[in-house]
Design a protein around this ligand. Structure first.
Ligand code: NAP
Length: 332
């Protein structure tokens, strides 16, 4: 079978290769999935680049999520109870990475059976962004109705989910993007305001929009110098969750800005959060994601799908600005 493999960390276009590898066999407690689609997420490329929070032993295959069909099961009675038998379509939540290949083996508890009415393109992106959007807004920040949330990188797949969650649950969003031309699109999704980090004076505009109250909560996935504006837009006791570093730039700032208020800045990483959750909470989260995906709240726009023989084009496309949606890999 074919797999995308990297032997050293580096630029994805330089280090990723398609290779023939032996078919994996499921061991006790595992299922084997014939993969159909997997997204190229920022976390996949950061892993290949060697700059992610946890790195695999090399050689390795990237891919933290995707959709496929169970092909063989050694998952035991629990897998049978969850309907995990050959032929069942599942979301593949592969926290250790490895979904970018034709077949993958993993613990049965890491696959989620999905209803037939969800399209493969949506199931391919079932967990990483939807779970992060729900957990950050509902479990960590516990956003209340009518409360303001300021977010950076609002045009991303995850940023759009946060906007739709705001509309769904009733919290209000101020959305920062680098390209002002995204404003109409995001307003149509339910954004309450869209500001451009290139054109607007962020702190002044946030003060105007919130009538001087500023925001109790903020999310940042960009990093770099712009984070200072986000901190200064926080109300007293405000909280900033940092969950990404798309700019790859450091944030030089005067720590005194946190003392005024005071305001808090903390990190969020889904894989750390998941480690501390029990089975029931995870099953509840899967049900919530399924329900919100069905009503269009947690959907992901897809820009293009590429086959394994088009890996170079896929990587080139994912690195473009204004790409307009996720890039998926077709594996089967
Ligand atoms: N901590 C966690 O557990 C967790 C979980 C899931 C995702 N994440 C993070 O969430 C973020 C979004 O992920 P995603 O899959 O939704 O991303 P995505 O759909 O690939 O979108 C990336 C977006 O970021 C924007 N962007 C990229 N570089 C930028 C820069 N230097 N300055 C301003 N904007 C920039 C792009 O803007 P243009 O449209 O202008 O090109 C695009 O809208 C990533 O940082 C990811 O690592 C974190």
């Amino acid at each position: 079978m074919k797999a995308i493999v990297f032997e050293r960390f580096g630029e994805p276009r330089e280090v990723l290769q398609v290779r023939d590898v032996p078919m994996p066999e499921p061991t006790a407690g595992e299922v084997r999935v014939r993969m159909r689609l997997a997204p190229i997420n920022p976390s996949d490329l950061m892993t290949v680049g060697g700059v992610y929070g946890r790195l695999p032993n090399l050689p390795a295959t990237p891919g933290f999520e995707g959709v496929g069909v169970i092909d063989a099961s050694s998952g035991g009675w629990l897998a049978k109870l969850r309907g995990l038998k050959p032929g069942r379509r599942v979301a593949v939540l592969n926290g250790r990475g490895g979904n970018w290949q034709e077949f993958v083996t993993l613990p049965a508890r890491h696959v989620v059976p999905v209803p037939d009415d969800l399209r493969d393109e949506q199931v391919a992106t079932f967990f990483v962004n939807p779970a992060t959007a729900i957990v950050m807004t509902q479990y960590v920040l516990q956003m209340r109705r009518a409360s303001w949330l300021l977010q950076t990188g609002a045009g991303s797949a995850l940023g759009r989910m946060i906007i739709r969650l705001g509309k769904h649950f009733g919290f209000r969003t101020i959305n920062l993007v680098r390209r002002k031309e995204l404003a109409n699109e995001l307003m149509q999704l339910g954004a309450d305001a869209v500001l451009s980090t290139r054109e607007d004076k962020i702190v002044d505009r946030v003060a105007e929009i919130t009538k001087g109250a500023m925001v109790p909560c903020a999310l940042d996935c960009i990093g770099g110098p712009g984070v200072v504006d986000v901190i200064q837009s926080l109300a007293p006791q405000g909280r900033l969750l940092v969950y990404g570093t798309l700019s790859a730039e450091p944030t030089p700032f005067d720590t005194r800005t946190l003392m005024v208020g005071p305001r808090a800045m903390e990190g969020f990483w889904l894989s750390e959060w998941v480690k501390h959750q029990g089975t029931l909470r995870m099953l509840g989260l899967f049900r919530q994601i399924t329900a919100l995906m069905r009503v269009g709240v947690l959907t992901t726009p897809v820009a293009a799908t590429y086959g394994l023989d088009q890996l170079a084009q896929a990587i080139e496309h994912v690195e473009r600005s204004a790409r307009g949606g996720k890039i998926l890999l077709r594996l089967g």
